[in-house]
Design a binder for this molecule. Structure first.
Ligand code: ZN
Ligand code: ZN
Length: 356
């Protein structure tokens, strides 16, 4: 079949909408009519660095149109969102730690295990990022990447649950698992950081300190649960945090900035747990810091098992505790390059491209 797709033709080029050929789903795959897809910083990074011809987009929401013969949990008409793919067979997957799947990196290759892809242009394969390719009117995904959600929810809002929102909220709820009334600091208040802040608010952390250099983001952070804002450009971020609460028991970094990671190091209380997305920079704790009970890890995907964690987040959303739609700004499919520019230039926290 033919489907309109925003195609990435190589490093640092604008996306261009073309009709591509799309295969019908194989036995383990699902054909989805895409409703919307969020722009993630991974899309931006790939746009700026990858030379392959690709379909970007991995925060998609849509409606199932057709399922392969091995797909039992989904049916045409189901409302779904997409998330990372996992094999289901390796030791980590069998133990429920799908974010440590032996084949996790294949998400970035975008190819099926046999090296093929469902999209092609004039007979040449086009690689869908994360084996998804959400910036297309239709997409074919592996069944493990597709999560069914409540059809009463507004599908246009749901795509980012599968990446940015899950990563931020999961880092707090699945890894830091903070005690109520204890201090937390979140460095970087984009979609991932703000999702962590909403999760810290749900967990009852106090104070919740947000650090960023963009004032509009800090203002939104205050709306979503931050009790104290710190300008990340301040000469002494660590001192500003110490003035608020002495130090923190929990910290989360999305900035990857070595300067902010150093500030984080200086505010960790003995026994503190810290984590980050690990893109750009990581924290190396000294032997002495480890003896003080301080811990740091990179929380890939927020240690989230999407089929369970996304419905859990939606329960918070329905209860009014997780108002993630406040991060969104909408763009039409034809405006996709504007949406990418808004993300790149920090003009929108989370641009969402509407496919129709
Ligand atoms: Zn992403
Ligand atoms: Zn696996």
């Amino acid at each position: 079949m033919k489907t309109p797709v925003a195609v990435h033709f190589g490093k640092d080029t604008e996306l261009a909408i073309h009709e591509l050929d799309l295969e019908y789903p194989r036995p383990d795959e699902v054909l989805i009519k895409t409703v919307a897809c969020g722009v993630c910083h991974t899309d931006i990074w790939v746009q700026q660095n990858y030379t392959d011809t690709m379909v970007l987009g991995h925060e998609a929401s849509g409606i199932v149109e057709r399922v392969g013969s091995n797909v039992e949990a989904l049916a045409p008409g189901d409302h779904v969102v997409t998330a990372y793919n996992w094999c289901g067979e390796c030791e980590a997957c069998r133990q429920g730690r799908t974010w440590e799947c032996d084949r996790f990196d294949e998400n970035f290759d975008g190819l099926r295990p046999d090296g093929t892809t469902p999209f092609s242009l004039k007979g040449n394969p086009v690689i869908p990022l994360m084996r998804e390719g959400g910036f297309s009117a239709k997409m074919v995904c592996h069944k493990n990447s597709v999560i069914k959600i409540d059809p009463a929810l507004d599908l246009r809002l749901m795509g980012p649950l599968g990446c940015g929102i899950m990563t931020g909220a999961g880092s707090v709820l699945n890894y830091l698992n903070p005690e109520a009334r204890r201090p937390i600091a979140v460095f970087g208040t984009g979609c991932v950081g703000l999702s962590a802040i909403m999760a810290a608010h749900i967990a009852g952390c106090d104070p919740i300190i947000g650090v960023d250099r963009v004032p509009s983001r800090l203002a939104l952070a205050a709306e979503l649960g931050v009790t104290h804002r710190v300008n990340g450009e301040k000469a002494n971020v660590a001192k500003a945090i110490k003035n608020i609460c002495g130090g923190v028991d929990y910290a989360f970094d999305t900035s990857g900035s070595s300067r902010l990671l150093e500030a984080m190091r200086h505010v960790l209380n003995p026994g503190a747990t810290a984590c980050g997305v690990g893109i750009g920079g990581s924290l190396m704790l000294s032997e002495r810091e480890r003896q003080e009970g301080k811990r740091w890890t990179v929380t890939n995907t927020g240690f989230s098992f999407p089929p369970l964690f996304i419905p859990k987040l939606l329960e918070y959303y329905k209860a009014g505790q997780f108002p993630f739609e406040k991060m969104f700004r909408f763009y039409r499919f034809e405006e996709i390059n504007k949406a990418f520019a808004a993300s790149r230039e920090y003009a929108a926290v989370k641009p969402i491209v509407l496919m129709e």
